[in-house]
Write a protein that binds this ligand. Structure first.
Ligand code: FES
Length: 141
């Protein structure tokens, strides 16, 4: 290194300054009307992904791409947005207008209340009521 060379410190381009808030992904609370349980869900993740964090045994992940319909839900309160294509074989235009959607392809914009209506419902109910044993009338079918 020559005497006239200077060493420049790289600018700390993206480090937050003291007292500056670090941006965190927005999160909403999702309430399962059928069990009363709540879980946090980021605005950039699917309602199904958040639901899986509840740790329910037997919640089928299904296809996770809007094609199989096992994760069908009815959003009864709050705002959501689609994060991918959903199969019209499982949610018609009329149903979607009425609040039905597929949890694997939908993310919350606000706090949301939903009713699980797809095949996932049996597993959600079984785990809460029976502690892992099938004791609900729906499960006994
Ligand atoms: S998991 Fe298949 S449609 Fe959601």
């Amino acid at each position: 290194m020559h005497a006239h060379d200077t060493v420049q410190n790289p600018a700390p381009a993206s480090l937050p300054m003291a007292g500056q808030a670090i941006a965190m992904p927005a999160t909403s609370s999702v309430t399962l009307a059928c069990t009363g349980e709540q879980y946090p869900c980021r605005h950039d993740e699917s309602l199904l992904h958040g639901m899986l964090r509840l740790g329910r045994k037997g919640i089928p992940a299904g296809c996770t791409n809007g094609g199989c319909g096992v994760c069908k839900v009815h959003v009864t309160c709050g705002q959501v947005h689609r994060i991918g294509v959903i199969s019209r074989a499982h949610v018609s235009v009329e149903e979607e207008a009425a609040g039905y959607t597929l949890a694997c392809r939908t993310a919350p914009d606000t706090d949301v209340t939903l009713d699980v209506v797809g095949r996932v419902r049996r597993n959600v109910m079984r785990s809460v009521v029976g502690g892992g044993n099938a004791t609900t009338s729906e499960s006994a079918r």
